[in-house]
Design a protein around this ligand. Structure first.
Ligand code: NAD
Length: 318
């Protein structure tokens, strides 16, 4: 297949590009490098079939030739990024999504939107199945991301219903793994960075809020299953095993051998208290479920962070 991956130099996008190349697809990575890193795709640039197309997908663009599938992942995704770029987040969720949908329509390609569990907001229903409509504050600080994704979902469905585009929506829950950025403000990357620097691990609230954490390899398998299917979704992709934030801090401290000292700060506005996906649909429609246990995934991630830190010490300009 010839696959376009918007946001292909980001955390999830770069793993997706790599896996698509591994199975023989040719991959076009569209990225403006706003939160993606060139280092994530440096090794791929030498591989036949991989093409990097630096561009801002909120601007109209032309692309010659056939396209079989479009994986639309471009968007700031971590709270640190979308708080810093609120208007860009809304633009890529709206104009950016429409540009990618138009591209898919013009080539008769499959289109998969990387949506998010954030569409459920601070959920009044637990765990969250796809039929739950969500509990989102439309004017809160997180709304630029949540509402952009809700709009992107609505737009995808409108292109499907009105223009016959073969669209699919996946709602991704917290995913972690190698290539997360140490300062992206996400729970796992923050804990690992702090532990490796022998700093106290920062917990917002009392740490009893729960999250489900999916290892990146599992998530990418789910994305590819969705690209290969004709399912419209939405389909939740995430790990239904629920952990408190405090448990994750303790696991990271154990793996890194750090002191495990915890520092408690106030919970940010609109921070969801509980999140856990129902993945019956993913199991039934895609034959997908996560395989990597949290501790194993955390060990891989800690190893990667430690290697990156050593490489940065050796070559500080990286
Ligand atoms: P990321 O920030 O690492 O990657 C996003 C990529 O999009 C970056 O490479 C960035 O440079 C690119 N980008 C942003 N705006 C762009 C624009 N206008 N034009 C071109 N490129 C642009 O984030 P990620 O964690 O890899 O997330 C990828 C997708 O998955 C996002 O859409 C996100 O909403 C979704 N998602 C991720 C998670 C998670 O846990 N990582 C959870 C839910 C949903």
């Amino acid at each position: 297949m010839r696959v376009m991956v918007s946001g292909g130099s980001g955390f999830l996008g770069s793993h997706l590009c790599e896996e698509l190349l591994r199975r023989g697809d040719s991959v076009y990575c569209l990225d403006n490098f706003s939160s993606g890193r060139k280092a994530n795709i440096a090794r791929l640039l030498r591989r036949p079939g991989f093409h990097c197309v630096p561009c801002d997908i909120t601007e109209p663009f032309r692309f010659p030739g056939t396209v079989d599938a479009v994986a639309h992942l471009a968007s700031p995704a971590s709270p640190a990024d979308y708080h810093r770029h609120p208007l860009e987040t809304l633009a890529v969720g709206s104009r950016g999504t429409e540009n990618m949908l138009r591209l898919a329509e013009s080539r008769g390609a499959r289109f998969v939107l990387a949506s998010t569990s954030e569409v459920y907001g601070d959920p009044a229903v637990h765990p969250q199945g796809e039929d739950y409509w969500g509990h989102v504050n439309p004017i809160g600080p997180r709304s630029v991301y949540d509402e952009a994704k809700r709009f992107a979902e609505a737009l995808s469905m409108a292109y499907r219903r009105s223009h016959g585009v073969d669209t699919g929506i996946v709602r991704i829950f917290n995913t972690y793994g190698p290539r997360m950025r140490p300062h992206d403000g996400r729970v796992v990357s923050s804990f690992i960075r702090q532990a490796l620097q022998e700093e106290p691990l920062t917990i917002f609230g009392d740490g009893s809020q729960t999250r489900s954490f999916c290892y990146v390899d599992d998530l990418v398998r789910g994305l590819i299953a969705m690209l290969d299917s004709a399912e419209p979704g939405p389909i939740n992709l995430g790990n239904p095993e629920e952990h408190t934030v405090r448990e994750v801090a303790e696991l990271v401290a154990g793996i890194t051998g750090s002191s495990g000292e915890l520092r408690f700060l106030p919970l940010p506005v609109d921070d969801p208290v509980r999140r856990r996906p129902v993945i019956t649909r993913a199991r039934e429609e895609l034959g997908w479920q996560p395989r990597v246990p949290l501790e194993e995934g955390l060990r891989h991630t800690v190893d990667w962070f430690a290697a990156e830190t050593r490489a940065r010490v050796r070559a500080p300009e990286r």
